[in-house]
Design a protein around this ligand. Structure first.
Ligand code: DQA
Length: 144
């Protein structure tokens, strides 16, 4: 079973972006972690990153059409993109929202997610491990 992991804006800069918040793992390293962790729980994983809202919406449409499960870190779009939420609402397989940091411990504008209400669940605050936990959760959901 294939799972698409979608990473939103600025996550391509992991490694050098605010390491005190997001750690020092690069996006390329994160891709490897996700591929390895996916294989451990029986999932084929593809990781994509875009800074472009329209691109992310297109990927979500494709996942809706192909009943592909999605793990998404919408990054800053989490907090205001109704367009991404509406695309996510069309998904036909589970969606898990992930965050590296715990947005609830940060600035108030990060406390709202417009995505969570259309996600099966949310995993936040475990660093890059949030993705591993999300892959395990997705695997459990899919084999249930
Ligand atoms: C983030 C949290 C968001 O508030 C922020 O805009 C990001 C990353 C996280 O993974 O912790 O870009 O989604």
């Amino acid at each position: 079973m294939k799972v698409l992991i979608i990473n939103g804006p600025n996550l391509g800069r992991l490694g050098t972006r605010e390491p005190e918040v997001y750690g020092t793992t690069t996006h390329a390293d994160l891709v490897k972690v996700c591929e390895t962790s996916g294989a451990e729980v029986g999932l084929e994983v593809e990781v994509r990153q875009s800074d472009d809202e329209a691109q992310i919406i297109k990927w979500l449409h494709d996942c809706a059409d192909t009943t592909t499960p999605v793990i998404m870190n919408p990054a800053a779009f989490t907090h205001y993109s109704i367009a991404i939420r509406d695309a996510a609402a069309m998904l036909t397989a589970p969606l898990i929202e992930v965050h590296i940091s715990n947005p609830h411990t940060r600035e108030e504008f990060r406390h709202v997610s417009v995505i969570s209400a259309v996600a099966h669940g949310v995993i936040a605050g475990f660093g890059v491990n949030s993705y591993r936990l999300a892959l395990k959760a997705m695997s459990d959901l899919l084999v249930r």
